[in-house]
Design a binder for this molecule. Structure first.
Ligand code: ACO
Length: 419
């Protein structure tokens, strides 16, 4: 076993080196404080492995993303439900298992009737991510932790899409549409989002395929902010629904999943401003402007994001098949072209990420901008569940980082009249 040496205050300490199955090298510093009294400082955790995980592999330098060893490009032909099974249970389901899995995901789609009343309490203007988080946490009031875990996993996957669609219906004042058992997972979501009781609805196979692809591409991304949140919350022993509800909140932020909404808002602003891409690229380079090119840059990908490549092609294909000409796609492509040639973006290795083109596809589906991050959450659910389950199986210790204290040293309390 190889080791790493650290010299601190002239004293040498040796630590084991752990190597992952794809050659990732990590220095195991779990005994660092015990042996040296020191801790590590890694703000933003850019260099810290928080766990061992067998779910997803990313090589940010080469633009590789694999779920349980399978390259994301090969999964383009799969269905989201089988990818969910793959991530959560570690292998592709056989035919019987897949039929049973889909059957269960269909049968558990309904919400408890009382849960529908929760929506009445939210204002019509409520952000759907707030509703999703609240509703996911509320599932724990109906399905306690003592229940069968696999059943709770199915319930969460099955009901989240119903919650998402109901939150949209609530926001536009239309009646909730119940799931239909003859429809697939993705078709059911489209039906619950867009159908109305007054007439039958035709679900476009083009949109169904695009939705399936989007969900698969978002399904997991190892220790990102929201997944780490799910693991962090779950490490205290909190139940699946509570942990995933926290993950939804983490995803909401504009530096994470909320970026897909921010990208479209940015593209709209650029289009309204006459489509002057260069002006916005210059603004993004000027730190004082406080403006960032949304959908650009990634903590891990330093070459290209494979998901963004797939989505760019898909956006072209889907829009062509549907006969839609979206001016924002042209703005996005123009912006990308200029940014990719710009020294600032090249030097800092900033490339379009998954959020850059996903919004164009969501728009083509008729999904409103404030629902984009909910779409991301629906896709990411299997990843969150897989990590929560893996963490539980590993018997993880409670996640509890340390800190370097920089506040006042010992000081005394002063009674108010003497302050
Ligand atoms: N536009 C302009 N400059 C950028 C951008 C951007 N989009 N992204 C990073 N930079 C610059 C930073 O200012 C920084 O410059 P400096 O070294 O001179 O200080 C450098 O590039 C490195 O950026 P960091 O913020 O330190 O990188 P980090 O890994 O912490 O952040 C992040 C990654 C949050 C994705 C960042 O690139 C960003 O804010 N992008 C825009 C938001 C976005 O698209 N988020 C979605 C990410 S993907 C996802 O969550 C699904």
């Amino acid at each position: 076993m190889s080791t790493a040496k650290l010299i601190l205050d002239g004293k040498e300490h040796e630590f084991p080196v752990v190597t992952g199955s794809e050659g990732e090298v990590a220095v195991d510093i779990s005994k660092l404080r015990e042996r040296t009294g020191a801790i590590t400082l890694d703000e933003g955790y850019g260099n810290t492995g928080s766990c061992r995980s067998a779910i997803t592999f990313i090589d940010g330098e080469q633009g590789i993303l694999r779920y349980r060893g399978i390259p994301i490009e090969e999964l383009e032909e799969a269905r989201f439900t089988e990818v969910a099974y793959l991530l959560i249970y570690g292998r592709l389901p056989n035919q019987t298992e897949l039929v049973e899995w889909r059957e269960k995901l269909t049968r558990h789609s309904l919400l408890h009737e009382d849960m529908k009343k929760f929506f009445e309490g939210f204002p019509a203007s409520a952000h759907p991510m707030a509703m999703l988080s609240a509703m996911v946490a509320s599932l724990s009031t109906y399905y306690p932790d003592t229940a069968d875990l696999d059943l709770n996993i199915v319930r969460l996957l099955a009901k989240a899409k119903t919650i998402a669609a109901f939150s949209y219906k609530k926001s536009i004042g239309q009646p909730f549409m119940y799931p239909l058992n003859h429809l697939s997972y993705t078709e059911n979501f489209v039906h619950m989002m867009f159908a109305v009781p007054a007439e039958p609805m035709h679900i476009s196979p083009v949109l169904d395929r695009a939705l399936n692809l989007l969900l698969i591409l978002h399904a997991d991304h190892e220790q990102n902010c929201s997944t780490s949140t799910v693991r962090m919350v779950g490490s205290s022993g909190a139940n699946l629904f509570a942990s995933v509800s926290a993950g939804v909140c983490a995803l909401w932020g504009p530096l994470h999943g909320g970026a897909n909404q921010a990208v479209i808002e940015m593209l709209e602003a650029i289009a309204a401003d006459g489509g002057n891409y260069r002006k916005y690229v210059e603004m993004a380079k000027d730190k004082a402007s406080g403006f960032r090119l949304m959908g650009f840059g990634h903590r891990v990908y330093k070459n290209f994001d494979p998901r963004s490549r797939i989505l760019k092609t898909a956006a072209d294909e889907v829009l062509a098949e549907l006969g839609i000409r979206d001016p924002l796609l042209e703005v996005a492509k123009g912006l990308e072209e200029i940014a990719l040639e710009d020294a600032y973006f090249v030097e800092k290795k900033l490339y379009p990420n998954v959020d850059f083109y996903s919004g164009i596809l969501y728009r083509a589906m008729g999904i409103p901008t404030n629902m984009f991050t909910v779409m991301f959450a629906l896709g990411r659910l299997p990843g969150w569940i897989a990590h929560w389950r893996e963490m539980r199986e590993q018997g993880a210790r409670i996640n509890r980082p340390r800190q370097v204290y920089t506040g006042p040293t010992r000081t005394s309390w002063v009674p108010v009249e003497r302050r």
